[in-house]
Design a binder for this molecule. Structure first.
Ligand SMILES: Nc1ncnc2c1ncn2[C@@H]1O[C@H](COP(=O)(O)OP(=O)(O)OP(=O)(O)O)[C@@H](O)[C@H]1O
Ligand SMILES: [Mg+2]
Length: 159
């Protein structure tokens, strides 16, 4: 009753979430949503059985938000690459990338870079993604990929 009165959701139960299947499902779903985008998935052998304690639906949302951005902001036909190794998960694209001056703000609620404003969205996807990362003891950062494009890095919690 008190929980209802406070409009709080009961705490979801933590479970061991296997990351390779989670990434595989996220990429499969993204392929369905973005048929013109070639998604690639690389799971390092040492990450095949990796899992972290967490909430599967929230972690799926995090990955979906990153994959959706990569697909939305990069040109049709350019690959979007998800990689998982023992310490981090990365999503990298070959679009325009994020300008140096926008990098500090992309995780802010409602922030959308000048160039992004022609595309649909409200600027909440990355704020949500970072919040989910923090709730799992992970760190989500953005950078410019060496050969152009955006690179998002999810540093996994040390087990
Ligand atoms: N892969 C990317 N390439 C280039 N710019 C990006 C990329 N991902 C995010 N951005 C920039 O960061 C901003 C914030 O991203 P975010 O996902 O929070 O918002 P959005 O995609 O614009 O809207 P929403 O996610 O709410 O639909 C984007 O508007 C864009 O300027
Ligand atoms: Mg988004």
């Amino acid at each position: 009753m008190i929980e209802l009165a406070r409009e709080e959701e009961p705490q979801p139960l933590l479970e061991e979430v296997p990351l390779a299947p989670l990434a595989t499902h996220a990429v499969d779903a993204a392929r369905g949503h973005w048929p013109a985008v070639p998604f690639t998935l690389r799971i390092a052998p040492e990450a095949a059985d990796l899992s972290i304690p967490g909430v599967p639906a929230r972690l799926s949302r995090l990955l979906t938000n990153l994959l959706d951005n990569a697909a939305k902001f990069s040109p049709p036909g350019a690959p979007v690459e998800l990689s998982l190794n023992a310490t981090e998960l990365t999503v990298r694209d070959h679009g325009p990338g994020i300008a140096e001056e926008d990098l500090p703000y992309v995780f802010d609620r409602f922030y959308r870079a000048e160039k992004a404003r022609a595309l649909p969205g409200s600027g909440l996807g990355l704020a949500m993604a970072r919040q989910i990362a923090h709730a799992h003891g992970a760190e989500l950062t953005a950078e410019r990929a060496p050969s152009g494009g955006a690179l998002f890095r999810l540093a996994l919690p040390a087990s």
